[in-house]
Design a protein around this ligand. Structure first.
Ligand code: FES
Length: 159
């Protein structure tokens, strides 16, 4: 079961109203909507623009500029592989290639079995690289075969 509320215009209006009086309201409001619903529904753009008295283009610009803001519901699982220098030096590129191969996608694409694959830059686990964050759990010293096992386990959870 999702930890997020299902999208409703009424609930979104309440979130937007709460954020309207704070500084930096567009980004803050979009972040609050994502926190509430797990993503920012396209209908939120005119809602936020009207509420904050800014153009739709401005809201859309902020929404598309920040990579962490989603415009569709988050998939069931996420795999974030560190590709920063320390992890690269101990094989994180091989890990990424294995994950891409297993999922049949490139980084940033969504696989058919709803596992998000993302490259990140340092997870604070440099001494135990290559590191990855799998559904929020930090893993270290991962090998490509272990990455295959991780993905197989996520798939079996989803099935
Ligand atoms: S460089 Fe990968 S965790 Fe820091």
């Amino acid at each position: 079961m999702s930890a997020f509320a299902p999208w409703t215009t009424e609930r979104a209006e309440a979130v937007v109203t709460q954020c309207a009086s704070r500084p930096g309201p567009v980004l803050l409001t979009l972040q609050a909507l994502q926190l509430e619903f797990g993503y920012v529904h396209p209908d939120a753009v005119p809602l936020v623009a009207r509420s904050l008295n800014v153009s739709r283009a401005e809201v859309h610009g902020v929404l598309t500029y920040y990579h962490d803001l989603r415009t569709s519901p988050a998939p069931a699982h996420s795999v974030r592989i560190c590709v920063a220098e320390a992890c690269q030096s101990v094989g994180s590129r091989d890990l990424m290639h294995r994950a891409e191969s297993e999922l049949g996608v490139s980084v940033g694409e969504r696989s058919s079995d709803t596992i998000d694959l993302e490259a990140v830059y340092c997870l604070g686990n440099c001494a135990l690289g290559p590191a990855a964050l799998v559904d929020g759990q930090l893993l270290g010293r991962l090998s490509p075969p272990q990455m295959s096992e991780v993905i197989a386990a996520l798939r079996s959870e989803t099935a």
